[in-house]
Design a protein. Structure first.
Length: 136
């Protein structure tokens, strides 16, 4: 079932969202100082390309650097990537089959805005008692 949902997601919005994240990653890698933002963007591009079966969990060792990185990320990239998710969610919600994908799009916005201090893992590999921020 996950494969079918991922294929529907890919066709109806996943590709263009992944391209947006990829472009943000390339833009961030142009300057040496912002390479960590580029790596985070490429990681998120992989997540938005094939999201079903994934979960977002908090990194237990995330510190102040993650918070500072999240603020910088939000100012540079997060807000316009979130707008991309909202636009895609609105377009997907116009069809009955797309409503599920629209909900997934809206669930991704918090991770899009603040990706540092979080890890994207397979839902099957969650540790017992580990609670994801959200699971798709």
């Amino acid at each position: 079932m996950r494969t079918i949902l991922n294929v529907i997601w890919l066709v109806f919005g996943g590709i263009w969202l992944a391209v947006l994240y990829f472009l943000a990653g390339v833009l961030a890698c142009l300057l040496i100082v912002t390479i960590p933002f580029g790596i985070a963007s490429f990681r998120m591009a992989r997540y938005v390309l094939w999201p079903y079966g994934k979960a977002v969990v908090v990194k237990p060792d995330a510190g102040v650097g993650s918070s500072v990185g999240n603020v910088i990320w939000f100012v540079l990239f997060g807000w316009w990537l979130a707008i991309g998710h909202v636009v895609t969610a609105v377009a997907q919600s116009l069809t009955i089959i797309g409503i599920i994908d629209a909900i997934v799009n809206l669930k991704m916005i918090p991770v899009t805005c603040f990706p540092f201090g979080k890890r994207i893992v397979n839902r099957d590999s969650l540790l017992p008692g580990q609670r994801p921020l959200h699971s798709i």
